[in-house]
Design a protein around this ligand. Structure first.
Ligand SMILES: NC(=O)c1ccc[n+]([C@@H]2O[C@H](COP(=O)([O-])OP(=O)(O)OC[C@H]3O[C@@H](n4cnc5c(N)ncnc54)[C@H](OP(=O)(O)O)[C@@H]3O)[C@@H](O)[C@H]2O)c1
Length: 273
């Protein structure tokens, strides 16, 4: 029975990963969430007959909670794990539609938000990968997938002049390097560590209704840049479609196929949209 740990299953892409993977009763899914009771209620309401879902409490900024989640996972699986999907992350809204100059001109707030992004997306995920790697070593599939964003790709930023969301994307760039460092250490053990961008997905972050006038214009400019990059782009896709694409990349990618430490998209390439 393939076992999966997915972080951030309360909503968005994490919920959809859990939904699609647990749809196959042969898969065992362990979801890690900050608010376990809330997600338990939603699972009970939407999947009343799925006995292959377990929920554990864990917060990326609370090392002890992640350690306990790894220990509880070992109890459920018998000490092994096939797949870890490090999906949870902070998509910081404050800098989402601001340039690096604008955020740097608000120095205290900039430091506060960047440190929070780094604490969750970089440090939290380093703890997560470190604590779960011993279980992955004992698993069959040996795959660790970390959700990143094509917006952190250096060529994409420079060639398309993507001048907004600096703090969030800085943290994702650093996160990509952490993933590659795990790969450099453990590729010899056949463990895949992969940074995977899901594309632009409709989980609410790019909802124009949440933006003021200036932010709406920035979002429209961003979409225009996306269309110039990928003429087929019609707006963020559904979580269902993005997760389907991601799962097909996860199935295909392995250390032997040359994906160790790579940073790729839901299309399995450096095409981000
Ligand atoms: N949506 C996109 O277009 C897009 C594009 C590129 C990359 N991504 C990446 O894909 C992943 C999922 O994105 P999403 O759009 O589904 O995000 P989302 O809707 O904002 O969901 C984020 C998830 O992470 C959890 N989380 C946040 N901080 C946490 C912490 N400190 N400890 C544990 N869990 C925490 C949240 O839990 P709570 O419910 O408790 O807050 C939630 O389950 C993220 O890593 C994001 O950077 C998304």
């Amino acid at each position: 029975m393939p076992s999966w740990v997915i972080t951030g299953v309360s909503r968005g892409l994490g919920w959809e990963f859990m939904r699609q993977i647990s749809n196959d009763p042969n898969n065992l899914v362990i979801g890690i969430v900050r608010n376990k009771e809330e997600t338990e209620k939603r699972v009970a309401a939407e999947f009343p007959s799925r006995s292959n879902i377990h929920l554990l409490q864990g917060d990326l900024v609370d090392y002890a909670s992640l350690k306990a989640a790894a220990e509880d996972t070992a109890k459920i699986t018998g000490g092994t794990l096939d797949y870890l999907v490090a999906n949870a992350g902070l998509v910081s809204h404050w800098d989402h539609m601001q340039t690096i100059e604008e955020v740097a001109n608000q120095p205290e707030k900039m430091e506060e938000v960047l440190l929070e992004d780094i604490k969750i997306n970089v440090i939290g995920n380093i703890h997560l990968l470190n604590l779960f790697t011993p279980l992955i070593k004992q698993g069959q599939a040996k795959k660790v997938i970390v959700l990143s964003t094509g917006h952190a790709d250096l060529d994409m930023i420079s060639q398309r002049n993507l001048d907004i969301a600096p703090l969030y994307t800085i943290s994702k760039g650093a996160q990509n390097i952490a993933v590659s460092k795990f790969s450099a250490l453990y590729a010899k053990d056949g463990i895949l560590y992969l940074s995977l961008s899901p594309g632009a997905v409709d989980t609410g972050h790019l909802d124009l209704n949440h933006f003021n006038e200036k932010e709406q214009q920035r979002a429209k400019d961003l979409f225009q840049k996306f269309v110039e990059y990928a003429p087929h782009f019609k707006g963020p896709v559904s979580p269902e479609s993005a997760v389907k694409d991601c799962l097909s990349v996860i199935e295909k990618a392995s250390v032997n196929e040359g994906y160790g430490g790579a940073f790729i998209s839901h299309l399995g390439t450096k095409q981000w949209l």
